[in-house]
Design a binder for this molecule. Structure first.
Ligand code: ATP
Ligand code: MG
Length: 530
C-alpha cells in the first residue's frame, strides 16, 4: 500500500496552504472490486476519458456499494475534464445543471453522470428525479374519473405535464439568490475567506459554491467517509483520503470534518445519514448521530422541492420500512412530515401505523422485484393518518361522503406542503385513490364494472387491498375485486348481477368501516361474496 499525493495540474490549487492528508492508495490486488461488477457503460466512459488524457474515477455510492458487495443504484464518475471538455469527448453527451454543470452521457435509456472535480462542499441539489429513483412510475398522470366530475375539480393536464417536464430537466425551482459565472475554473484564482464564489446563509448553509478543483479538493466536499472513495480507471486502485475503507469495514457512517459544521452547511446531510443508516444498516458514528438532535430544525431552511426528492429516495428505493423507523428514531420525520409524525406518535400501534408499515414493506418488495413504484401510493400511505384524523372530526354519517374525503385529502396534502413540495399530479392522485374507496367498497350492479376501465383503478384497488389486509376494509370486497379482474367478460357480468342493485341490509354482509376501522352500524352495504 502506498501513499499518494495527487500530482497537481498546471494551475494553482485551492487551499494550497491547508495541509490535508494525502490519499491512501489501495492497489487492485488488495481490494475486492472487480470490473465485472461495474456497468459496461460506466467503464466505456472511464476508458474514453482516460484515452483523451483526463483523470477518471468512479466515485461515491457506487464504490461504497461495490466494496460492501451490493449492486450500486448508479455509477457516478468524477474527472479532471471540464464540462465542456467532457462534452467534446462524447457525442452522446448533454450538459445539465444551472449552478454546477454536470455531463450526462447517454447510452439509450442508461445515463452516466460525469462531474468535474469540485472544490468545497456545495450541496448537490440539482440531481434529476430520474437518477434519484430509477424505477419511478413517472408517467402516472391523474385522469379525472367521469363519475367524480361533480365532486372533483377538473385536472388541468397542461399544468400536470408542465410539472412533469420540470422534473425531467431536474430543475425544481430553486432560484439562486444571485446568478453568477458558474464555469469558473480554479485556475482562474484561488478563493479566500470572502471569495464571492461561496455564499452561505446565517446558519452556515452553503447557498452557492462555484469552483472546480482537483481530486484533492473534491474529496473534502463529500459528505461521509464511506462516500468519498475513488476507483481509478488508470490502474484499478482505490484512493481513500478520509478513512472510508476502514469505516465501511466497521459498518460506520462518519461525516468528513466537524459534524456540526457539515450539517449546518447542508442540513439535508442529516436525511442522507438516516437514509444510509436505513439502507446499509450502518451505525452513525459519534457526533454524526448525536448532532442531529440539536440541528434537525435546520431542515426548515431547505427548499421544499429538495426535501421532496429526498423523501422519495428515503421511501422508494428499497428500504422504506426501515427509513421510517430510522427517521422516527432521530426525530427527523417531524421535520419532514410533521402531521404524519404527530399522528404516528399518538397512535404508534394503531391500524394506520400498521397500514403504513405494511404498505412500505410491500413497496420495498416491489423495488426488490424491479417493479415500478409510485409517489402517489407512497403519499397515500404516509398521509393516511392525517387524512383519517380530519375525516373523523366530521359527524360519523359524513365519513363516507366523497366531498368529505376529497376535502380531507386536500387539507392533509396542503398541510404537508408546508415542508415538502409534493407536485400536484401526485396529490391529485392521492385524492382520487381515496375518493374511489367508498365506491370500491360498495360495488353495485354492472355499473361497478366501469371502474375497471378507469386509468387509476389499479391505485385505488391497491389501497383497498392494503386496507383489507390490515382490517380497515372488508376482505370479501377486496377479494371480489381481485376475482372480477381475472374473470372473463361473461363471468364479470354474472358477478356484477349477483351483487344486485340494492344496498344490502345491515347484518347481511360485512358492515362498512370508518377510516380507522370502526365498523359502522346500520348502513352496511358490503357486496355478497358471490
Ligand atoms: P445512492 O446513489 O446509493 O443513493 P450516493 O452516495 O451515490 O448513494 P448520491 O446522492 O448519488 O448518493 O450522491 C453521490 C455522491 O455525491 C455521494 O456519495 C457523496 O460523495 C456526494 N454527495 C451527494 N450529496 C451530497 C451532499 N449533500 N453533501 C456532500 N456530498 C454529497
Ligand atoms: Mg449515487
Amino acid at each position: 500500500m502506498r501513499r499518494f499525493s495527487h500530482a497537481k495540474r498546471n494551475f494553482q490549487v485551492l487551499n494550497d496552504s491547508i495541509s490535508r492528508p494525502s490519499a491512501r492508495v489501495i492497489p487492485r490486488a488488495e481490494h475486492s472490486i472487480s470490473r465485472s461488477a461495474i456497468s459496461p457503460n460506466a467503464l466505456r466512459v472511464l476508458y474514453r476519458l482516460r484515452e483523451a488524457g483526463y483523470e477518471a474515477f468512479l466515485v461515491g455510492g457506487c464504490v461504497r456499494d461495490l466494496l460492501i458487495g451490493i449492486t450500486p443504484k448508479d455509477f457516478d464518475i468524477a474527472t479532471s475534464a471540464l464540462p465542456e471538455e467532457v462534452k467534446r469527448t462524447f457525442r452522446n453527451c448533454r450538459l445539465i445543471g444551472r449552478r454546477f454543470r454536470l455531463a450526462h452521457v447517454f447510452f439509450g435509456r442508461d445515463i452516466i453522470e460525469v462531474a468535474t472535480f469540485r472544490a468545497m462542499s456545495a450541496p448537490v441539489d440539482e440531481i434529476p428525479l430520474e437518477s434519484a429513483v430509477p424505477d419511478l412510475d413517472d408517467d402516472e398522470l391523474p385522469e379525472v374519473d367521469d363519475d367524480l366530475d361533480d365532486d372533483l375539480d377538473a385536472t388541468d393536464e397542461s399544468t400536470v405535464l408542465a410539472e412533469a417536464g420540470s422534473h425531467r430537466t431536474g430543475i425544481h425551482g430553486h432560484t439562486p439568490l444571485v446568478e453568477r459565472d458558474r464555469s469558473r475554473h480554479a485556475g482562474a484564482g484561488a478563493p479566500d475567506e470572502d471569495d464571492e464564489d461561496r455564499v452561505t446563509d446565517e446558519h452556515g448553509r452553503i447557498l452557492r459554491d462555484n469552483a472546480y478543483g482537483t481530486i484533492d479538493d473534491d474529496v473534502w466536499r463529500r459528505d461521509f467517509t464511506a462516500n468519498a472513495l475513488y476507483y481509478n480507471i488508470a490502474d484499478f486502485s482505490i484512493w481513500d483520503y478520509a478513512g472510508g475503507v476502514e469505516d465501511i469495514a466497521a459498518r460506520r457512517l462518519k461525516l468528513i470534518g466537524d459534524p456540526v459544521t457539515r450539517y449546518r452547511e447542508d442540513p439535508v446531510r442529516m436525511l442522507r445519514a438516516a437514509r444510509f443508516e436505513a439502507k446499509l444498516g450502518f451505525t452513525l458514528d459519534g457526533e454524526t448521530g448525536t448532532a442531529i438532535r440539536d440541528l434537525k430544525e435546520l431542515l426548515g431552511s431547505v427548499p421544499p422541492a429538495r426535501l421532496f426528492d429526498e423523501t422519495l429516495k428515503l421511501f422508494l428505493t428499497g428500504h422504506g420500512a426501515m427509513s421510517l423507523v430510522v427517521l422516527q428514531r432521530h426525530g427527523l420525520l417531524g421535520e419532514l412530515l410533521p402531521t404524519v409524525a404527530a399522528y404516528l406518535d399518538k397512535h404508534p400501534d394503531g391500524a394506520v401505523a400498521r397500514l403504513v408499515r405494511q404498505g412500505l414493506a410491500n413497496t420495498d418488495q416491489r423495488v426488490a422485484a424491479g417493479k415500478p413504484v409510485t409517489p402517489t401510493f407512497l403519499f397515500a400511505l404516509l398521509l393516511y393518518g392525517p387524512i383519517a384524523e380530519i375525516i373523523e372530526k366530521q359527524p360519523q354519517e359524513k365519513w363516507h361522503d366523497i366531498g368529505t374525503i376529497v376535502d380531507a385529502v386536500d387539507r392533509a396534502a396542503r398541510n404537508a406542503q408546508g415542508r415538502i413540495a409534493i407536485p400536484k399530479r401526485f396529490s391529485l392522485g392521492v385524492r382520487e385513490m381515496f375518493a374511489a374507496q367508498p365506491r370500491l367498497e360498495q360495488p353495485r350492479g354492472r355499473r361497478a364494472l366501469r371502474m375497471l376501465e378507469q386509468p387509476r383503478f389499479r391505485a385505488g384497488f391497491d389501497l383497498l387491498l392494503l386496507r383489507a389486509e390490515i382490517g380497515l376494509a372488508a376482505k370479501d370486497i377486496a377479494e371480489w375485486w381481485t376475482r372480477v379482474q381475472e374473470a372473463s367478460q361473461t363471468d364479470r357480468d354474472r358477478m356484477a348481477d349477483a351483487l344486485g342493485g340494492q344496498p344490502r341490509q345491515a347484518g347481511e354482509g360485512g358492515g362498512r368501516r370508518g377510516p380507522r376501522g370502526r365498523r359502522r352500524r346500520g348502513r352496511g352495504r358490503a357486496p355478497a361474496a358471490s
